[in-house]
Design a protein around this ligand. Structure first.
Ligand SMILES: CC(C)(COP(=O)(O)OP(=O)(O)OC[C@H]1O[C@@H](n2cnc3c(N)ncnc32)[C@H](O)[C@@H]1OP(=O)(O)O)[C@@H](O)C(=O)NCCC(=O)NCCS
Length: 160
């Protein structure tokens, strides 16, 4: 397994695995907006971005030719980066794919001289919460009914 930068042609496969990954914890909270947010054109539009103050990058984890994971991160001129979204093909959970994507993200943040990164995770998503804590993130806050009514978010920070 290795990681590489996301390419436009990866979008259909990335869309497929991200939908499957997020449905594992969103269950009946999955809705039409999620379907759109995780559609191939949205991955093309959001994966590699650049403005005066911030830059976004995306990586895929591949096993041979097969895409098994995706992460999107940002870096900013002020040194505060973010992990926007990460997901692994559910058939490849617990095999270190997430950790490998985290390493690729870390390399990006360090290259861009980020001092701190942040993310958030749905409070009931214990698998991902454990994953973030194992990778150095610390819970620092709580947001009730944040992205969706009935789903709270835990805010996580990590100093690099
Ligand atoms: C959260 C998520 C990205 C983690 O990905 P993953 O590939 O399963 O993560 P890893 O395999 O690197 O680590 C998960 C656990 O497996 C363990 N593990 C790693 N390699 C392993 C191996 N070869 N054999 C057994 N266990 C292993 C790790 O120690 C880790 O345990 P820990 O969290 O208790 O430390 C994945 O579960 C996912 O896509 N979830 C749905 C989407 C989601 O929740 N995204 C985050 C919200 S934005």
């Amino acid at each position: 397994m290795k990681t590489r930068r996301f390419k436009t042609t990866d979008a259909p496969a990335v869309s497929r695995i991200m939908k499957a990954a997020f449905k594992t914890f969103l269950g009946d909270k999955w809705n039409r907006l999620d379907e759109k947010y995780f559609s191939p054109p949205m991955f093309v539009a959001q994966s590699n971005t650049r403005s005066v103050f911030s830059e976004g990058a995306s990586y895929v984890a591949v096993d041979g030719d097969r895409i098994i994971g995706y992460v999107r991160v940002t870096a900013s001129a002020g040194g505060l980066g973010s992990l926007e979204v990460v997901g692994v093909d559910p058939s490849a959970f617990h095999k270190g794919v997430g950790k490998t994507l985290m390493h690729a993200s870390e390399k990006f943040w360090r290259r861009k001289k980020q001092r701190k990164v942040h993310t958030c995770v749905s409070a009931h998503n214990t698998r991902a919460l454990t994953f973030y804590i194992s990778n150095g993130f610390v819970p620092v806050g709580y947001r009730q009914d944040h992205f969706k009514v009935g789903v709270d978010e835990i805010i996580l920070d990590r100093f690099l």
